[in-house]
Design a protein around this ligand. Sequence first.
Ligand SMILES: [Zn+2]
Length: 462
Amino acid sequence: MNQSIKGIVLSLAGLVLFFGSLQAQTDTAAVLKKISDDVFTNGKSYINLRFLCKQVGQRLSGSHGAAKAVVETARMLREAGADTVYLQECMVPHWVRGAKEVATLELGKGKTYNLKVAALGNSVGTPGSGIKAQVIEVKSFDELNKLGEAGVKGKIVFYNYPMNPTYINAFRAYGEAGVYRGRGPSMAAKYGAIGVITRTLSPNLDDYPHTGSTVYNDSFPKLPAVAVSTNDAEYLSKALASGPKEVYIKTNCRSLPDTVSYNVVGEIRGSEFPNEVLTVGGHLDSWDLAEGAHDDGAGCVQSIEVIRTFKSAGIRPKRTIRAVMFMNEENGLRGGTKYAEIAVAEKEKKFIFALESDAGGFTPRGFGYTMNAQQGQKFASWKNLFYPYGASDFVPGGGGADIGPLYRQLQTPLAGLNPDSQRYMALHHATNDVFEEVSERELKLGAIVMTQLMWLVSEYGL
Ligand SMILES: [Zn+2]
């Protein structure tokens, strides 16, 4: 073949490849649009979320609500058209709040002020008669350490560390301020404190105390601990500035023996690689103060929607898709741990990808991902496909608490849905996390981009 003919053949081959890849891109975009149209037209995520919030309600591990949520989401998965629906048994902690807690600030001259508080999850209760002591405010562990036993013994420690308002991503501020809820009670116990008040983890000033897990260090006594609303944190701080004050706290929470519960799994078998499993999920349990609409009813119904959409739009995935309602993310992670344990034992299967939605049902912006460099490159190459859906923000880092054990045990590549983060932390773990705070359009758009991503991985692998 002479050089000029060779050149023409090569350019023709190039053109074929170019148009071929253009065609593939158009086909891919068409499937993504089909998914979007189906969810917006036939989607059930909003209806399912209403049921989960209004007919089931709070779903803390071990509660009646959690048991009912297992039954109802299994039904939703069957109705969504899953090929198989089954449960994975796991033992979970069973913490109960008991009667509503009370905290009263003594202002002197017989005057008192009722602080709006909520006992922290896993916290022990006060003695039946409550506790009463002087309150010491600290802004950090450094301040606590400086006070030492001389300044803390016999007192109630008040951690007043606000979420940093200058961080654009609210989860960053939550992570930073969250250490006082998590480790604060044991740190105070080390110096002989008798109780703890932590400033609620919310960026806004309002009257909602937010619960959430505290984690005791077994080396120290377990102190009763409550979160105080941000408005009342400010009030308490101002009151303390004018001189020492006492607070009376009475909480009624306790831990009952562990009890049996379940992850709920719904599956569509892959047509070409059935042993390659893609997991998509949210956590089914929610704190006891509200309906757990954004945290994490949204992630559960979106994951069910992934199954429904494949079936409804007539898209058969090449790889197996599993939607998982994980139990006990909030105060133990037993469901996520159990899922990975079973996955490790399923030797014939490969767990090639897992996606979690646990950051609220707000407008999706994109995905965070944790995987090796080569997988990450392939994953990030899809981001422009999500531009029309406003979700092309693909950032390294992220996944989800429940799928974390899969990564640690099997190096499964992870991704997490990243919705807009501005409003989430004002509702998180508080009585205002209710169905009415969820937008149907935003919830569905989240389900759409999750389904699209699951389809891309099922089609092309990672
Ligand atoms: Zn959550």
